[in-house]
Design a protein around this ligand. Sequence first.
Ligand code: SAM
Length: 385
Amino acid sequence: MCVESVKSEEATLIESSNDQLDLISPYFKVDETKYGGRGCFAYSLIPKDTVIASCSNPLSSTILREFKKEVCSLCFQYFEGKTLKFKLGKENVGSQFSLYFCTQQCLEEFQEHDIDEIYLESLLRVEEWFNKGLKKPEVELKEPSKEKSLIEHIKNEWNSVKEWEGSLERTKISKRQNMIPRISDSEYTEVKYIIGILFQYYKYQQAQSSEQKFLKDCDFDERNQFELDSFEALQSNELDKVNRYPYLVYSYVNIYKFLKLTTHPLLQKFINTDSIRNIIGRQLSNAFGVWSNVIDESREDKEFFGYAVYPTASFFNHSCDPNIIKKRIGNKLTFTTLRDINPKEELCINYGYSTEERVEVRRKDLKEWFFDCACTRCISELNQI
Ligand SMILES: C[S@@+](CC[C@H](N)C(=O)[O-])C[C@H]1O[C@@H](n2cnc3c(N)ncnc32)[C@H](O)[C@@H]1O
């Protein structure tokens, strides 16, 4: 099965197939579930405490603006609100808008995986234009009129972007900066995540077109290419999300305009309305939250720092009686069996909700993620009501 490819003026970038998903882990196969969509199924008996999958670093991640000085941009370390000492800036983008790291090692690792400081510069541009945008009036996101169907409304809004692009073309380059929209804090978070993905597309394309390895650590890059291929196979929940929160279509269009006007010239070829909508949509049900308390993510007092996308880990469905557990150490994720697993049994994590609640409450919480929980426990408890 071929999944959608990122359309760009230059190339159809990546195609992903189900065969690729078979290579994610020697322990399980990604296959169709009975209740719809795909899940991960054990090939054979797996003993308790087996690490069945691990992801060494995210394909892209983003930290909320309010935590940018306190949470390491690379490994997500947090020292109870202390400002981190290691910073990166760039003179031509405004060195005051730094990226922060917990150690020199993290800073160097970030630099090692950047190419010609394209990623750094792109992130610094977000800071710069976010700050400049604060001088512009805040735009209130309105609910769309009820006269048109939502689908029609979404279509119209994205079509209007084409007109906007026309007027952009007609505007002198020196005047285009005036068209950069103000973005909100949540749009800022989203924009940084999108830039991470655009940068991965760029690296991927560079690797395809170059015989030389462009970075020292080739394992990292092969892994990332694999993650990027898997990213293309993820489901998008853009329409579900906009259906629930119709005003978000304005926010997504705003994000698109901001990216179009501020992103590094070398990443521009990956920006079109389809690619940006797909990148946003795939994050909505596949990203992993980065929380303050990494040992026990079910704790109530944890803080939300941002999110990270690890595509090969995004095929695990949720269960209210999970048989695997996700652990985050720094920016690495591992998935470990909580009990012996039978051949063909589905491997499921807990998406982060209390499993102590009654079935109705659990299912209501999970609805936030656009699905009616069909895990074995919910089905069995629903049948008993
Ligand atoms: C991270 S993805 C998991 C992989 C996904 N099933 C797929 O085919 O790409 C999360 C999505 O999977 C589905 N899902 C996960 N757990 C589920 C469950 N317990 N019951 C029903 N659907 C579930 C929902 O559509 C959810 O938005």
